[in-house]
Design a protein around this ligand. Structure first.
Ligand code: GLY
Length: 376
């Protein structure tokens, strides 16, 4: 079972390979990219403990020599100190301009290592081997790389496309249910933003996808399809709008709310990014309904599906204090999605019909937030 989704970007084109056992066979997939049989891998401690041996064996089976750096897991690693550590380590390993760096981990490692690759010797190639659902369906594809700043999330970075993405769906079995569901927030996003039939399929198959027991063959097939459809949608959008001049912003459905909530919860374990995306999608549909853009049925259906999946769906599901509505709105002001001081939101006319709106009235956002806070 191997699906290949091409990302057609002229000389920056690459393939996303999605299947099972891709870590063990990574050497054969990467070999054609190499000028010499040597790679540098950057990973985190959790992924290293679970999967690094298999990757090293897969590389060595093709005679590829590999060194590795393992960083602490967690969002805190997407920072200046770890960027500098990574770049200096890659220089110590004598990574040359024509070499290939491997980002082996979830979204944090992919974003950090992709950015390090983009600035090392003015840009070296890198391969993404994403090990979380979130990274497989979103962050490993499309070339957004970067780190967080004390001023906000992802504020320092570059567009730097990988040369290959190997999404081994088998590794998803090692995720905690919470991490799996957080990644699922991004999967649902694709249905909500542009593919109502995919959302309908997720309504039927989502619970099966997330199970850790039951029919293995069915689960494997469903996971492969969910990741593949998500990547196809992302690839299509990135091909049409690589640097987010327009359509790519649709991928930020739910993210304006999400980034404010992540900031309010200190980018901590209180709220994972994908959980914030799921809550943000529900709020974006509520905002759309309040603005008269979609029927009440749409936000209700979004929330019902997230609930059926056992996911966080509302501000009430976030433990501890949150700022008031005005405070949350202010946090949205720090978001990259602010253009000329106006709030940019992704709104929807229905399930699968999202669009970018550049002038959402602050009052409507406040009303949605106040209602959501009152439900806490
Ligand atoms: N994760 C949003 C994007 O890649 O544009």
């Amino acid at each position: 079972m191997l699906n290949i989704v091409p990302v057609n970007l002229g000389e920056r084109s690459y393939e996303v390979r999605i299947g099972f056992g891709l870590i063990e066979t990574a050497g054969a997939a990467i070999l054609p990219l190499l000028r010499r049989k040597k790679v540098a891998i950057v990973t985190d401690h959790t992924v290293a403990a679970l999967h690094l041996e298999r990757l090293l064996a897969g590389l060595s089976a093709e005679g590829i020599e590999a060194t590795h750096l393992s960083l602490p897991p967690g969002e805190g690693t997407k920072s200046w100190p770890h960027l500098s550590q990574t770049v200096e380590w890659l220089l110590e390993q004598k990574v040359e301009r024509k070499d290939v760096v491997i980002a082996f981990g979830g979204g944090v490692i992919g974003d950090l290592v992709g950015f390090a690759a983009s600035i090392l010797r003015r840009g070296v190639r890198f391969v993404q081997i994403p090990t979380s659902l979130l990274a497989q369906v979103d962050s490993s594809v499309g070339g957004k790389t970067g780190i967080n700043s004390p001023h906000g999330k992802n504020l320092v970075g570059a567009f730097h496309q990988p040369s290959l993405v190997l999404a081994d769906v088998g590794v998803l079995d090692t995720l905690t249910p919470r991490d799996f569901l957080a990644g699922y927030g991004e999967v649902v996003k694709y249905g909500l933003l542009g593919d109502p039939l995919f959302f309908e399929w997720l309504e039927a198959e989502g619970p099966e996808l997330a199970r850790t027991d039951g029919d293995l063959t069915r689960r494997k097939a469903a996971r492969l399809r969910a990741v593949t459809r998500s990547v196809e949608m992302k690839a299509g959008i990135v091909e049409r709008d690589e640097t987010e001049e327009g359509e790519r912003a649709l991928l930020n459905l739910g993210h304006t709310f999400c980034h404010a909530l992540e900031s309010a919860t200190g980018y901590s374990d209180r709220l994972l990014h994908g959980e914030g995306v799921a809550i943000g999608c529900a709020l974006a549909f509520e905002l759309s309904q309040r603005l008269g853009l979609c029927a009440q049925e749409a936000p209700s259906r979004v929330r019902a599906h997230l609930k059926a999946m056992g996911m966080k769906t509302d501000l009430a599901d976030i433990k501890g204090d949150l700022p008031d509505a005005a405070g949350l709105l202010q946090l949205m002001g720090q978001d990259k999605k602010v253009v000329d001081g106006k709030l940019r939101f992704i709104l929807a006319r229905g399930i699968g019909e999202a669009f970018v709106s550049g002038d959402v009235p602050g009052d409507a956002v406040l009303a949605v937030l106040n209602e959501a806070l009152a439900r806490r």
